[in-house]
Design a protein around this ligand. Sequence first.
Ligand code: UDP
Length: 323
Amino acid sequence: MKIFVAGGAGYIGSACSEYLLNHGHQVTIFDSLITGHKEAVDHRATFIKGDLADRAFLMDVMKQGKYEAVMHFAAFSLVGESMKDPGKYFRNNLCSAINLADAAVESGVKSFVFSSTAATFGEPEEIPIRETTKQLPINPYGESKLCFEKVLKWYSQIYGIKYAALRYFNAAGATENFGEDHNPETHLIPIILQVAQGKREKIMIYGDDYETPDGTCIRDYIHILDLAQAHMKALNAPRSGHYNLGTGNGLSVKEIVEAARKVTGHPIPVEIGPRRAGDPARLIAGSELARKELGWKPEFENASTIIESVWKWLQKHPNGYSK
Ligand code: UDP
């Protein structure tokens, strides 16, 4: 299939592009490189530097390319930042995404796969979080993603474009060639491994007074290759849908630190700090629909395997993509 990948130079977009190329698809990566990296563009893909906010340019590119499918990874994704600058999130994650949906419709794209998030659920009313659980986001990041899920629902009904909204839980892991490189880095696993690399003295655990067995927050860490597998399955799904992508296993911050100690052999000192605003105690995916309708099944259910993949990537890229 000829696929237009918006945000294909980012963390998850680069790994998915590689996966699609490995499975014989033709990939064009469109990325502003604001948070993405040129070095994360697979050399087999066509690369176009551009911003989804530039509607006329985007329309032109998509009409010329005659793509069969769109995958949309291009978004801002920091909860804390979204609480300080909501407009930045709604402009990019909603307005620019609408440009992409319009361009997809006008250029005759048949299938649209959207990177949504567990943050659309807010403080979930049930655990595990099912695909049908009520979505009540508690920050502009989650709200911007939920708004675009709704845009897609209407575009599908009105224009007939098929879509999948894939709600990632905690994306983690690396492939041989592509990994996580954010600046600043805020995510747990990369920060823990920076301690093991000697770049930080310790990891600050954001609160150990949650109502969980060891008091630290529980998350569902899902390998980016499992996300990639879901994207490819979503391309071929017979109808539109919303799917939760997680393993169904929750791991606490302390359990992740312990697993990283085993993988790296480093003691990884920790300090307990205050809670981080906006962190729900537990986020665990129920992915029944993804499993049933997409035939998706995660293969990396073990935290150690996920951490090992990142550790291996860091041996080759100790400073991420920067030289
Ligand atoms: N976390 C932490 N220390 C850090 C970074 C994260 O204790 O330096 C915790 C955070 O509070 C959350 C979990 O690790 O409970 C995962 O956080 P991350 O930012 O990786 O992903 P999120 O769950 O926010 O999407």
